[in-house]
Design a protein around this ligand. Structure first.
Ligand code: G16
Length: 544
């Protein structure tokens, strides 16, 4: 087996977005495209010779081919060992768990998360550092810079390896360990949650749950944990076989794309609890019977109930949420006397806070919740957290949420997405908003008076790094907010995201439809951003 040096030319579009490099599959299939990016990652790292790399993906189309390429490139570049999930499968949280558990140098995760898969769908790749979390911006910027000058990559001339049997193989001088994709992760979950109590609940005959894995990566994890370890009846996990194209669906756990689950939970004889996760298993959606829990509320409720869960019994060091996430968790943090950090969108911004033990729980409005157990958000962890709370409190989901609102007030919340917008028009809109926002202070819109308008900038309290232009915020004197951002995870055109939030302390007024409660703010968003004219759309494509 010889190491080949292949001459190549840079692609100029390899700038990682909110979470790694995401493109259509056909882009990744272009000769040298994936290889260039992988070599740019390796060239940006120091000290990995002889070290361990973790590799796995969400099983989408092109996962297996990409893994074979990465293994041969890792061997040629001098890694000592690669741990790869069987069949090339590792959910994003499982990859984070494995990196940490085995002291790996880092990991490469292949996923375009919630974006559709298949030959005409999307693919993605991201690098995670030794704490198990997504590479911080200084690393992704170095990778991008290198991708623009790259002129060669190294690859071992070797046959493909068998990814379907666990065991230890060699590839040149490098060891490849094909590991069970589920067991390390399942063990970690068992160490955090009261499995006996959850088992009691799931086998009591008084409680039914439905888990929809959307034909994506969590199928094997959910079968093992819910059905085999916790005794939930067979059939509890639906769409539990990962498919390369996710069965043609859109593996995004929200009210629009997880509609099968929504129908079950809002139908006759609905189960007590429903959950879904996304393509790579880091997102979650939680439903009670005929009841949707917003991700922001979910984070707040997990924080308020953390002491009921063994892994968090000693309390929380702090909470962190992304800027567009509702301020519901802030209220819990205030009550608990702990800090609540507001970070830009992107899980990578939580890494330093978790490493420095400033935050224990983190969450985002984009259906991501997690904790210091790993350095990624974690879909099944959130589901188990909820099950643990339900097992202890023995109340329906809806009752728990309503009691929470009574205590802390309700943060009405909604996100309006306009997908597939012309990029130039979307960028112009953001530029206009950037100049307009600071001029709005003191201006009134109906009952609302603007308290501040800015473009969110974040200074990391641990390493002092500054991230600018993270979203236009318009805050009102009563704590309500409208936020505008462009998504950093799409692959076609631009997606405009509008985040809307208002606060209602009065329990008598906490029962409105959020779209009704937020109607004035929705109108203000239209007025300041001219959304209809910019997007050419009458209404958002997705409302969550
Ligand atoms: C990624 C990031 C999240 C972010 C989400 C949406 O999630 O890890 O932190 O909230 O994208 O980002 P955007 O609004 O820029 O599209 P995932 O699940 O796609 O990896």
């Amino acid at each position: 087996m010889t190491i080949q040096t292949i001459a190549t030319q840079p692609f100029l579009d390899q700038k990682p977005g909110t979470s790694g490099l995401r493109k259509q599959v056909q882009v990744f299939q272009k000769p040298h495209y994936l290889q260039n990016f992988v070599q740019a990652i390796f060239d940006s790292l120091e000290g990995y010779q002889g070290q361990t790399l973790v590799v796995g993906g969400d099983g989408r189309y092109y996962n297996r081919e990409a893994i074979q390429i990465i293994l041969k490139m890792a061997a040629a570049n001098g890694f000592g060992r690669v741990l790869v999930g069987r069949g090339g499968i590792l959910s994003t949280p499982a990859a984070s768990c494995v990196i940490r558990k085995y002291g790996a140098f880092g990991g490469i995760i292949l996923s375009a998360s919630h974006n559709p898969g298949g030959p005409d769908g999307d693919f993605g790749i991201k690098y995670n550092i030794s704490n198990g979390g997504p590479a911080p911006e200084k690393v992704t910027e170095a990778i991008y810079a290198r991708s623009k000058t790259i002129d060669r990559y190294l690859v071992l001339d070797a046959p493909d390896i068998d990814l379907d049997k666990t065991g230890i193989l060699t590839l040149g001088e490098m060891t490849v360990e094909v590991i069970d994709s589920v067991s390390d992760y399942a063990q970690l979950m068992e160490s955090l949650f009261d499995f006996d109590r959850i088992r009691e609940l799931l086998t009591s005959g008084r409680f039914r749950m439905c888990m929809d894995s959307l034909h994506a990566v969590t199928g094997p994890y959910a079968h093992r944990i819910f059905e085999q370890q916790l005794g939930a009846p067979a059939g509890t996990v639906q769409n539990g076989v990962p498919l390369e194209d996710f069965g043609g669906g859109h593996p995004d756990p929200n009210l629009v794309y997880a509609h099968d689950l929504v129908e079950v939970l809002y139908g006759d004889n609905a189960p007590d609890f429903g959950a879904a996760s996304d393509g790579d298993g880091d997102r979650n959606m939680v439903l009670g019977r005929r009841f949707f829990v917003t991700p922001s509320d979910s984070l707040a409720i997990l924080a308020a109930n953390a002491k009921l869960v063994p892994g968090y019994r000693n309390g929380l060091a702090g909470i962190a949420r992304s800027m567009p996430t509702s301020q519901a968790p802030d209220r819990v943090a205030a009550q608990l006397g702990i800090d609540c950090y507001e970070t830009p969108t992107g899980w990578k911004f939580f890494g330093n806070l978790l490493d420095a033990d400033r935050a224990t729980l983190c969450g985002e409005e984009s259906f991501g919740t997690g904790s210091n157990h790993i350095r990624e958000k974690d879909g099944l962890w959130a589901v188990l957290f909820w099950l643990n709370i339900l097992a202890v409190r023995q109340q329906p989901v809806e009752e728990i949420v309503r009691e929470h609102w009574k205590t802390y007030g309700r943060n009405y919340y909604s996100r309006h997405d306009y997908e597939g917008v012309d990029s130039d028009r979307a960028n112009t809109m953001m530029t206009n908003l950037r100049s307009l926002a600071p001029t709005l202070k003191g201006k009134t819109f109906g009952n609302y008076t603007v308290e501040y308008g800015d473009d969110f900038s974040y200074t990391d309290p641990v390493d002092g790094s500054v991230s600018q232009k993270q979203g236009i915020r318009i805050g009102f004197t009563d704590g309500s907010r409208v936020v505008f951002r462009l998504s950093g995870t799409g692959t076609q055109g631009a997606t405009v995201r509008v985040y809307l939030e208002s606060y209602e302390p009065d329990p008598a007024k906490q029962d409105q439809d959020p779209q009704v409660a937020l109607a004035d703010l929705i109108a203000i968003a239209e007025e300041v951003a001219q959304l209809r004219a910019t997007t050419g759309m009458d209404k958002p494509t997705v409302i969550t």
